[in-house]
Design a protein around this ligand. Structure first.
Ligand code: AMP
Length: 393
């Protein structure tokens, strides 16, 4: 089977053509500057090609993608008919979607209904879907939601303690994100530890970070909320913050709420604390050279991640497995070491030698650790491809 995976942003569109059984990617690429001028970056094996192609809308981006996939030189298929289905990453499924689903008119209407909850992403995701429907009307399309995995949370985890009318009238509650990644890691971890009934905390630590408390493969709680701003501090996001900070800053500096939220999303987190960069590698370099702000940013991050593991261990009445994934979780050995050191009180022990490896799927805990600690590189695209294949079979 060939599944085309589409991740449409407001001015960009990422694609991969994947075999859902093997996870092999035959081609992938990025259409960027949509609505400005248009550029296609395409990769087959080690070969890369960049083409300037006018892309006034997402339709031209999809058309350019399909054309290069069939190109005699850079293509990997002879006809669009070789694409069995398209899997679209959709940010916000609100309370409408508990799982991935085949797209029809009702699904499109429900994704539109979720626009107030995902005002930046859902319209772009819809443009990607509608562009694909227009150029490949016979190919089934599937929507895979970033929020769906978290829909098994109980009300005590997802309700905010604010007047009920905001929940009932406006669907304001915790949703959580990175659901496709958490789902992939939960599924893969079950294979690695060889059981289906166990309690785990998954730490998806990257530029955006979130954590999930998972019991028997089902999400019980997660750190992100109505939006991806909540939870642990991130590359440029503040993470959890007292709402009065917004009131104080807006009143004192005459800032609008939107501008203040923009500051909390784009100018906060590691970038703000370090004053140097949002990238964990830069922070590590800075800290090694004695920059105290870089060291503080990394300490704060590890401290908050460890605090949530502790909280989720309490929520789940103990955990069996702790997993690290995404750019920082897979590669930053010192973040993993610092987080696990905080958790020593609950018997978490990692082997420094095993933990020194980057980006490898492996167990890094010692045999006598009370909790198995694993690094499980995430693969959201494979999860999207598998969900899509399953639904269209
Ligand atoms: P992601 O958002 O999952 O792509 O993760 C991006 C983050 O991962 C950035 O802050 C990078 O600094 C970090 N990262 C990627 N590779 C490494 C590495 N080898 N060592 C430390 N951090 C890394």
């Amino acid at each position: 089977m060939n599944i085309l995976i589409i991740n449409a942003g407001s001015s960009s569109l990422k694609y991969q053509l994947m075999n859902p059984e093997t996870g092999d990617v035959s081609a992938k690429g990025l259409c960027e500057r949509i609505g400005i001028d248009g550029r296609l970056n395409h990769k087959v094996g080690d070969e890369k090609v960049v083409k300037d192609i006018p892309m006034p809308t997402h339709s031209e981006a999809i058309a350019a993608t399909l054309e290069i996939l069939q190109d005699p030189q850079y293509g990997v298929i002879k006809s669009v008919d070789e694409i069995d289905a398209v899997g679209h990453r959709v940010l916000h499924g609100g309370m409408e979607f508990f799982a991935s689903c085949v797209i029809n008119d009702d699904v499109i209407a429900a994704i539109k209904k979720c626009i107030p909850l995902g005002p930046l992403h859902n319209p772009a995701n819809l443009m990607g879907i509608e562009a694909c429907q227009a150029v490949m009307p016979k190919t089934p399309q599937v929507a895979v939601f970033d929020t769906a995995f978290h829909m098994t949370m109980p009300p005590k985890a997802y309700r905010y303690a604010i007047p009920t009318e905001y929940y009932e009238n406006d669907s304001i509650r915790r949703y959580g994100f990175h659901g496709t990644s958490h789902k992939y890691v939960a599924k893969r971890t079950a294979e690695l530890v060889g059981k289906t009934e166990f309690k785990m905390v998954n730490c998806h630590l990257g530029n955006g970070s979130s954590m999930a408390a998972i019991k028997d493969g089902k999400c019980q709680d997660t750190t992100m909320g109505l939006s991806p701003l909540a939870g642990v501090p991130m590359g440029t996001r503040s993470g959890d913050i007292d709402a009065c900070v917004v009131q104080f800053i807006c009143n004192k500096y005459g800032m609008s709420v939107d501008d203040c939220l923009n500051m909390l999303n784009k100018k906060s987190g590691m970038l703000a604390l370090s004053g140097v960069s949002s990238d964990f590698r830069d922070l590590e370099d800075g800290a090694k050279k004695g920059d105290e702000n870089c060291a503080l940013a990394r300490d704060k991050f590890c401290y908050e991640v460890a605090k949530y593991v502790g909280a989720y261990a309490a929520a789940l009445n103990g955990i069996d497995v702790l997993t690290f994934t995404a750019g920082v979780g897979e590669n930053d050995v010192n973040v993993r070491a610092a987080v696990c050191e905080y958790l020593g009180f609950m018997g978490v022990k990692i082997d420094p030698e095993l933990n020194s490896k980057r980006g490898k799927e492996m167990k890094i805990s010692t045999p006598d650790s009370s909790v198995e600690v694993w690094v499980v590189p995430t693969n959201e695209e494979l999860m999207i491809a598998q969900d899509t294949a399953e639904l269209v079979k």
